[in-house]
Design a protein around this ligand. Structure first.
Ligand code: ATP
Length: 437
């Protein structure tokens, strides 16, 4: 099983992911993506968009503002109930999320229940706990010059979809069922961000609100759930590492009548990768009540009208990236030496090809390699050049960042026009004409 430290160190060493504000000693719960990380992240987000929006006729996209009218969070219940159970160790004064340091309890754990479990402080090992306090996870900010004009950074992208439901119906009037998808940043003031990009304070979500006739919610729930599994497998995750957890009524979010968490076997244990929730008409109903605007959908032709019910598949981009990286990370041995490689699928790798001249001090090899490089860049775009160190080192570096094929221009190329193509996974080398790539 891959270790978390191996992933973190590879990501840092090769320019995928760094601690946020690294140069100033870091900023807890924030992560910055380097050139390779941003490429991978973008490809994953684009693949999700293509799968759920572009390849379907019943899905549409929106992109809402991050700072929303605070009424949104009152109506949605977040101001009141978006809380985590905060507990403090009275010995070392470290603070924790009670449900994350005790086994088998939910966010709704009470002080009495928590204290009865005999949990030791993960920091100092003592057992002397404060009462549990409810800590609201929304980031507050103030808007404009008035310090009392409070607003929040969105803790989920979902509300930006619900608030635009009526705009979409009024402008394009899609047939029911239909889904609205959004990708973007979400912010949560996590009590203790941890486990690399798994739990951070600023992250990306990809969410769909799928609007249905309430009588048909179960059928659509099952179809969307099946789609989630299919998409995760397309991202390279192995079905045996993916598990469904049917969340018990008392553990579900305040708005949900059914939730399935899709969990993944991370190196840190089996943890939530994404969730799919039946949110009923909770959100649109609240918007109608608070805004006074009618949220009913009028079925075309028949005149039947109702507030649609909603099924929400919600995925954290960074949690998916972590699952993809953990699945792709492989160690093997080549010629008696340990090798690290990322077995990413060709569609996700930052680069598709790496082109190099065998020797960088031979102008004729460099010129020919440059020609091949230009040709492949024109054709594929994501092609990199490497003429540093010796050829063995270049291969190792490209293996670590997942480049599927390394192309080397050598003296035979000048004779017969073929190049060496070396495969990341098998390390096998074949000779082909560059035009055939
Ligand atoms: P958890 O119980 O792990 O805190 P949650 O149940 O509160 O998660 P949701 O509110 O269902 O999470 O959010 C939807 C998705 O957003 C999650 O499945 C996860 O992929 C992602 N997510 C939530 N919180 C974070 C976070 N702090 N950092 C990274 N991703 C997150």
């Amino acid at each position: 099983m891959v270790k978390m430290d191996d992933i973190v160190s590879l990501c840092k060493r090769r320019g995928f992911i760094w601690q946020g504000s690294d140069v100033y000693g870091g900023m807890a719960g924030t992560w910055d993506f380097g050139p390779l990380g941003v490429s991978l992240k973008k490809k994953v987000m684009d693949a999700w968009w293509k799968y759920w929006v572009e390849d379907r006729e019943d899905m549409y996209g929106v992109d809402a503002a991050i700072i929303m009218n605070p009424q949104v969070w009152q109506a949605s219940g977040h101001t009141e109930t978006f809380n985590d159970p905060l507990v403090e160790c009275k010995e070392c004064h470290n603070r924790f999320r009670a449900d994350k340091i005790a086994e088998g309890v939910s966010e709704k754990v009470t002080t009495e229940e928590f204290k009865a479990l005999g949990v030791k402080c993960p920091n100092c090992g003592k057992e002397n706990w404060s009462e549990i306090k409810q800590f609201n996870g929304m980031f507050r900010t103030n808007v404009g010059v008035d310090p009392d004009n409070i607003a929040y950074l969105r803790p989920e992208t979902a509300q930006g979809i619900f608030t635009n439901y009526k705009n979409v119906v009024d402008t394009i009037y899609p047939d029911l069922p239909f889904g609205l998808a959004q990708q973007g940043k979400a912010f949560r003031n996590e009590i203790s961000p941890r486990d690399f990009i798994f739990r951070s304070r600023e992250f990306n979500q990809m969410e769909i609100e799928y609007f249905v006739d309430p009588e048909t919610w179960e059928e659509h729930f099952d179809k969307l759930l099946a789609g989630c599994h299919d998409f995760l497998e397309k991202m390279g995750l192995k079905p045996e590492s993916i598990h469904e957890l049917d969340v018990a009524a008392e553990d579900r979010a305040h708005y949900s009548k059914r939730t399935i968490d899709i969990e993944f076997d991370y190196p840190i244990g089996r943890e939530e990768l994404m969730g799919i929730a039946y949110r009923t008409d909770f959100d649109l109903g609240n918007i109608q009540r608070v805004s006074g605007k009618n949220m009913e959908y009028i079925v075309k032709g028949g005149g039947k009208r109702f507030i649609p019910h909603v099924i929400e598949p919600s995925m954290g981009v960074e949690r998916l990236l972590m699952a993809i990286l953990c699945t792709a990370y492989t160690e093997d041995e080549v010629n008696g030496e340990k090798r690290v490689l990322l077995r990413l699928s060709e569609d996700l790798t930052p680069y598709r090809f790496c082109v190099s001249p065998l020797l960088k001090n031979k102008p004729e090899l460099v010129a020919k390699a440059q020609e091949v490089y230009d040709m492949l860049r024109k054709k594929y775009g994501n092609v990199t050049w490497d003429d540093s160190g010796n050829i063995g080192k270049r291969y190792r570096k490209q293996d670590e960042i997942g480049t599927p094929k390394c192309i080397v221009v050598d003296f035979d190329t000048l004779e017969d026009g073929t190049v060496t193509v070396r495969d990341r996974d098998t390390t096998e080398q074949i000779r082909v004409k560059p035009e055939e790539l």
